[in-house]
Design a protein around this ligand. Structure first.
Ligand code: ATP
Ligand code: MG
Length: 262
């Protein structure tokens, strides 16, 4: 469904992606972890075609993103929702108008239908009736939730989330985790989720992959990843939890079952 092959990308002298390969299957939630500055956001930007690789290939639904023309890119992007790390709302528009934007750009729906869709998505992220508020009057977590409503408004088959739970309190993080899981279960959505939040990763992931020094160093179901002998991955996941987790502490397949530290 989403495939990166041997992708290289550098900015000036700084090599960020150094032969990154990744394959995400249809209907799967793939979680990407890795240290700050390692190229996780850059990877997502290659998938939506906001960045082009210096070398290598990127496919979404078997369509080449790396070589797409602007109209082809437009068609590919139509299938994808993207939640940016910083929220990226337009400050001149209300929260509701931000959510409505993709509908205004890509559909000719009547106003009434647009408003109903906006309200429905706002209530999904617990922002019911808050459509009139300006982004500058929202907290960071609220802006993130409005961005999420906007990312899913066109009912995309693929959703890319860059740090969906960062800056959210545990209750709200849980709402977002459940939303990601229910979109997978009900709609068969394929997702890539970049996160630093390991408890969220264990709750939502079918597979977790770690990017380190520009490559995918390891990927597998949460339970498999916890058995890793790769010292880099080991150190990262142990450091993110209070001491090493045992395989028994995470669900067998991830994706929606409860995970709780004993
Ligand atoms: N447009 C750009 N121009 C120049 N350098 C960039 C650009 N975008 C990203 N970088 C650099 O690429 C590296 C990887 O950035 P990226 O945002 O992908 O990191 P990340 O893994 O998402 O980190 P974090 O966990 O902090 O979000 C960083 O060194 C960053 O400064
Ligand atoms: Mg990032």
């Amino acid at each position: 469904m989403i495939r990166l092959e041997n992708v290289h990308k550098q900015f000036g002298a700084r090599k960020v992606l150094d032969g990154l390969s990744l394959n995400v299957h249809e209907g799967e939630t793939f979680v990407i972890i890795g240290p700050s500055g390692t190229g996780k956001s850059v990877t997502l930007k290659h998938i939506v075609g906001l960045m082009r690789p210096d070398a290598g290939e990127v496919y979404v639904d078997n369509e080449p993103v790396h070589s797409a023309t602007p109209p082809q890119l437009e068609a590919i992007r139509r299938k994808m929702g993207f939640l940016f790390q910083n929220g990226a709302l337009l400050n001149s528009l209300t929260a509701g108008e931000n959510v409505a934007l993709p509908l205004r750009q890509h559909t000719d729906w009547p106003e009434e239908k647009i408003q109903a869709a906006v309200e429905e998505k706002l209530s999904l992220v617990d922002m019911e009736g808050r459509g009139d508020v300006m982004p500058s009057d929202l907290s960071g977590g609220m802006r993130k939730r409005v961005s999420l409503a906007r990312a899913i408004i066109l009912a995309p088959r693929i959703v890319l989330y860059d740090e969906p739970t960062s800056g959210l309190d545990p209750v709200m993080s849980n709402i977002i985790n459940k939303l990601i899981n229910s979109m997978k279960a009900k709609l068969g959505i394929t997702s890539i989720v970049v996160t630093h939040d390991m408890s969220s990763a264990y709750l939502i992931a079918d597979r977790i992959g770690m990017i380190y020094k520009g490559k995918l160093v390891e990927a597998g179901p949460p339970k498999e990843l916890l058995k890793t002998t790769n010292p880099v991955v080991r150190q990262f996941i142990d450091g993110k939890t209070e001491g090493p987790l045992t395989a028994e502490e995470v669900p067998a397949t991830g994706g929606g079952r409860g995970w709780r530290r004993k």
